[in-house]
Design a protein around this ligand. Structure first.
Ligand code: PRP
Ligand code: URA
Length: 205
């Protein structure tokens, strides 16, 4: 289960803004989108390509085009904040949704919605900004796998070691792309230092 961490000054700049408790939802959304662009670029470096030929204004030239469309699956609600940059880069993407909400007392995720496009043979980018205990991501991967997905890549803003370990144990084939890996979880299963409740900060709840 490879863990890919972003190593780029722009990623650090975005993280600094996202972590800052003074950042208002409008800026939070914009910096989330900027950071997601970097994550998407990193997670799609090895996409399969098909050779072709194009006519330039001067002559025929060899070129390569994307072999097939991607599937994006944001985990509701916070994952929605990562969807629009992915759609801007890959306009042909089809989009599925997983609705999961952590119980505030137990931190165990409850599933409330699921809708997927065809997944066989597609690369799936699973979007969830916070990988804390890993329960939400693991449940989403289980559902995607049951629906036929074989190449699943999780894109998150902050990963906790606990979540990385859980995914490695239960879903070792899933590659994780994160901007950063933080120290760990507190007693309420929030990431430290983290950035708080991502969904609340994104939507001002
Ligand atoms: C947050 C976050 C992840 C989940 C991570 O969602 O967006 O989906 O917690 O925690 P885990 O790794 O311990 O499962 P939350 O359940 O708060 O729902 P929301 O997106 O609707 O705010
Ligand atoms: N979900 C969040 O939004 N933040 C955390 O720190 C943990 C789970």
């Amino acid at each position: 289960m490879p863990l890919h961490l972003l190593d780029h000054p722009l990623a650090e700049q975005c993280l600094a803004v996202l972590r800052d408790q003074r950042t208002e939802p409008d800026s939070f959304r914009r910096y989330c989108e900027r950071l997601t662009l970097l994550l998407v670029i990193e997670a799609t470096r090895d996409l399969p390509m098909t050779p072709t030929m194009v006519e330039t204004p001067l002559e025929r030239a060899p070129a390569r085009v994307l072999a097939g469309p991607l599937v994006a699956v944001p985990i509701l609600r916070a994952g929605l904040g990562m969807l629009s940059p992915l759609m801007a880069l890959f306009p042909e993407v089809s989009v599925g949704y997983v609705g999961l909400e952590r119980d505030e007392q137990t931190a165990v995720a409850r599933s409330y919605y699921r809708k997927f496009p065809p997944l066989e043979g597609r690369i799936v980018l699973l979007l969830d900004p916070m990988l804390a205990t890993g329960g939400s991501a693991a449940e989403a991967v289980t559902a995607l796998t049951a629906a036929g997905a074989r190449d699943i890549r999780l894109l998150c803003v902050v990963a906790a070691p606990e979540g990385v370990s859980l995914l490695a144990e239960h879903h070792p084939a899933v590659a994780i792309y994160a901007a950063v890996q933080d120290r760990g979880l507190n007693s309420r299963k929030f990431i430290l230092p983290g950035l708080g409740d991502f969904g609340d900060r994104l939507y001002g709840t």
